[in-house]
Design a binder for this molecule. Structure first.
Ligand code: PLA
Length: 479
């Protein structure tokens, strides 16, 4: 068997706004290397590079008490400690929004970052979120610190949301849960905890959300990839996925997207999840679910949690990180949770204590407001129903746009097949466009999507879908 389980490269593409040359340079660059002089020796700082070794961190930590090291860091001629810092590349996803905002073309389109827009292209605040906020405002709450593990009632609701009210380990108080700085913060905390408790590597799907790689690298883990997607057939590469899982060292941690895989929009079927669960059990793997789109994917939160719940029922001691950015539309409020299924209630308390050890020196404790909103909604059956309807409304609008975009491309007479656009689910269409086509889309038509051809369907509206289809047709068929 030839396994593609491989060490990741941490190369990340980047884009810059202004000129064609800029875009070309971005597309061709794998990393940006800057050099800094520190303590007399030159070090290479690579964009999205692995975390500094602990010896280097130690010297950073002590530099403030050492005038020699301070002098070594400063430039000899100007004396500025920052002289040698070169401009880092923009983030491959968030950097697109920055470039889009600078573009003054009237029909520009941002389908880069996965942030939901209503059909008029505006950011959408769920009405039930507005209601909850109004009630919270009337309560005249204070702004005291939260606990390190966050708001306990939020954590309770978050766990029920993903594991289900009737989850056995939940009832037996065997699930260790903490509030986190949204999904990203939970991923980072758990990455650090894995590293602290002896894991040297983590497996992520290829492809995966780009930020997974620097998150885990910075947490001290080597990021390895398992095969996930077949670009030829635009579908799940299931047999190679299973082969790669079988080739993983016993006990490895494997990151799985709970639903609406980012960027491909292709999830395993329930039968395929079962097979993954069985193989993971044979290899004694630690399944770690990134659940960033629960409810947002199919419109049904229970359905979107099916894989997580199946793995728990199969007896895996999984970990789950939840984001409430997309489903509740609380992007900037940074609402998330991290949880771990333990053997006993006592063990789960010990796990929480260790999670707190990592959170405290990191960001001390999480923000309150967004967690209060989610708690308020999930504590009230009526509000929960409103949430379900409104979340379904977002999922349905995206689904409708998938059909419209595909049809528009077909009506234009595109020579390519676009049926994967409607086969995929969740926020993104993994279009299959090449890097050059994506760049042409941006340069000629002011449409911003990521260099891997991922289109955020959440930014496609009745007003821009025709324009997007014509532009895609132009860069893929006409060239
Ligand atoms: N996990 C996955 C799979 C994600 O797609 C995202 C967000 C996160 C975690 C983190 O979300 P949070 O920290 O806001 O909870 N991905 C977005 C945004 C939607 C981003 O890149 O930050 C994306 O455009 O891919």
């Amino acid at each position: 068997m030839t396994s593609a389980v491989s060490n990741s490269t941490t190369t990340m593409m980047f884009i810059r706004p202004a000129t064609q040359a800029y875009f070309r340079q971005a597309a061709n660059s794998c990393s940006t290397i800057a050099t800094a002089t520190r303590g007399g020796s030159r070090r290479a700082i690579v964009a999205n590079a692995p975390a500094l070794p602990s010896s280097a961190l130690a010297s950073v930590g002590t530099s403030s008490s050492s005038s020699t090291q301070r002098r070594g860091f400063a430039d000899a001629t100007t004396g500025s400690p920052w002289e040698k810092f070169t401009m880092a590349p923009p983030d491959p996803i968030i950097g697109l929004t920055e470039a889009y905002l600078k573009d003054d073309f009237p029909d520009k389109v941002n389908v880069g970052v996965g942030a939901y827009r209503d059909d008029s292209g505006k950011p959408f605040v769920l009405p039930v979120v507005r209601d909850a906020e109004r009630e919270i405002n009337l309560e005249n709450l204070d702004h005291e610190y939260s606990g390190i593990a966050g708001c306990p009632s939020f954590v309770d609701h978050a766990l029920k949301f993903v594991y289900g009210e009737n989850s056995a380990p939940l009832k037996e108080k065997r699930i260790a849960g903490v509030q986190t700085l949204s999904g990203t913060g939970g991923l980072r905390v758990f990455g650090e905890v894995l590293n602290r408790f002896g894991h040297k590597h983590i497996y992520v799907p290829n492809p995966t959300w780009g930020n997974h790689i620097p998150i885990f690298t910075n947490a001290g883990l080597e990021v390895r990839k398992y095969r996930y997607y077949d670009n030829e057939s635009c579908s799940l590469d299931f047999s190679n996925l299973i082969d790669d899982i079988k080739a993983m060292p016993e006990g490895s941690c494997i990151l799985l997207h709970a639903c609406a895989h980012n960027p491909t929009g292709m999830d395993p079927t329930l039968e395929q999840w079962k097979e993954i669960s069985n193989v993971a059990m044979e290899k004694n793997l630690l399944p770690f679910f990134d659940s960033a789109y629960q409810g947002f994917a199919s419109g049904d939160a229970r359905k979107d949690a099916a894989a997580v719940r199946m793995f728990v029922e199969d007896g895996h001691k999984i970990a789950v990180v939840q984001s409430f950015s997309k489903n509740f539309g609380l992007y900037g409020q940074r609402v998330g949770a991290l949880s771990v299924v333990a053997d006993t209630a006592d063990e789960s308390q010990r796990v929480v204590s260790q999670l707190k050890v990592h959170i405290r020196p990191n960001y001390s404790n999480p923000p309150r407001h967004g967690a209060r909103i989610v708690s308020k909604i999930l504590a009230c059956p009526e509000k929960t129903n409103d949430f379900v309807d409104q979340c379904m409304g977002m999922a349905n609008r995206i689904d409708g746009m998938r059909t419209t975009l595909r049809k528009a491309l077909e009506d234009l007479g595109s020579s390519r097949s676009w049926d994967h656009i409607t086969k995929q689910i969740g926020m993104f269409a993994y279009s299959g466009m090449s890097k050059d086509e994506v760049i042409a889309l941006r340069e000629k038509h002011h449409i911003y999507c990521t260099l891997d051809g991922r289109i955020s369907m959440a930014g496609v509206t009745s007003n821009n879908v025709e324009y997007i289809a014509r532009a895609i047709y132009d860069v893929t068929d006409k060239k």
